[in-house]
Design a binder for this molecule. Structure first.
Ligand code: G4P
Length: 289
């Protein structure tokens, strides 16, 4: 009988996920290409290392991300021998189609009917896991709950006779490492931002855009960004669009919402909120403080 060993600090949810991962050949970890580290769940890395599983790191939503930053992230992630990084968008069927081939290359001993390739798709909310899963399933779906090998607690969905996807475990949210990660995740809609903090998130985003992509702010809104700070960007947007509250003051709430929408939809252009270099610098500053 195999000995089940878990480190003492593993809580019940983690243990369950670690158990499920035991029967997986490749972990497909989906992150948001605009913020690949901030949208990484450290728990996934911890578990896959604990189980010594190869990982296909999918940087999804590249249609929204800065191509240079994405290329730098792919090089960065592939420094880990157990990782293949794949930049893609679920909007392109050809990109989706390559996911299985990439995963198969990480477990060449699997992928035949007697030993199907077993995949698990993991990642934080809103990175595109369901969209990817649905796009993959368009090929062919067969639920195999009535097969003797399949337990009731774990569902396998076969994409074809050689490839199965194991039900993704629900993972708890990790602690967000830096406050700026929380803001980047909220700006990118991975965590909810109510109207009150939407203004804070938009102001933070405006600061990042001024620093990283002033040319995109100039192109979309006609701003002279050299003279602007973050508040001026939000106010400038209210002015451009004529957003006022009763009494005549600028409507920061509406302008904040509009800025976030323009970023999320890609209307502002292809934007990444971190690169390997800026991430390292932010982490260093955070640990020093
Ligand atoms: P999840 O299972 O990881 O939680 O994510 P899900 O598939 O639900 O996708 C979250 C949002 O991201 C969806 O938009 C989805 O259409 C979008 N999305 C997924 N893949 C891509 C991609 O490659 N490019 C772009 N541009 N969008 C993608 P939504 O429901 O409208 O949510 P939101 O964008 O308003 O947050």
């Amino acid at each position: 009988m195999a000995i089940q060993w878990f480190p003492g600090h593993m809580n019940a949810a983690k243990k369950k996920a670690a158990e499920q991962m035991a029967d997986v050949d490749v972990v497909i970890e989906v992150v948001d290409a605009r913020l690949p580290e901030a949208s990484t769940n450290p728990l996934v890395e911890e578990l896959r290392k604990f189980r010594a599983k190869p990982c296909l790191k999918v940087l999804n939503k590249i249609d929204l991300a800065d191509p240079d930053a994405t290329a730098a992230w792919v090089r960065y992630f592939e420094q880990d021998d157990a990782v293949t990084a794949y930049a893609m968008t679920t909007k392109k069927p050809a990109d989706v189609a390559r996911v299985i081939d990439k995963a198969r290359a990480l477990a060449p001993h699997r992928g035949v009917p007697t030993k199907p390739l077993r995949l698990m798709i993991m990642g934080i909310p809103n990175v595109g896991k369901s969209t990817l899963m649905n796009a993959l399933l368009k090929r062919r779906v067969a639920k195999v709950g009535d097969e003797p090998a399949v337990t009731k607690t774990q569902q396998k969905i076969y994409l074809d006779k050689n490839t199965a996807i194991i039900d993704t475990p629900g993972l708890l949210w990790p602690k967000i490492a830096m406050p700026s990660d929380g803001l980047a995740l909220a700006a990118s809609h991975a965590i909810g931002a109510n109207a009150l903090i939407e203004e804070e998130v938009a102001e933070w985003l405006a600061g990042e855009l001024l620093r990283r992509y002033p040319q995109l702010l100039a192109a979309r809104y006609g701003f002279k960004t050299a003279e602007m700070d973050a508040i001026a960007v939000v106010e400038g947007l209210a002015q451009k669009r004529g957003y006022r509250i009763r009494g005549g003051d600028w409507d920061y709430e509406k302008a904040s919402h509009m800025l976030l929408q323009d970023y999320r939809s890609g209307a502002l252009g292809r934007i990444s909120l971190e690169t390997p270099e800026t991430r390292a610098a932010a982490l260093a500053a955070f640990t020093e403080a």
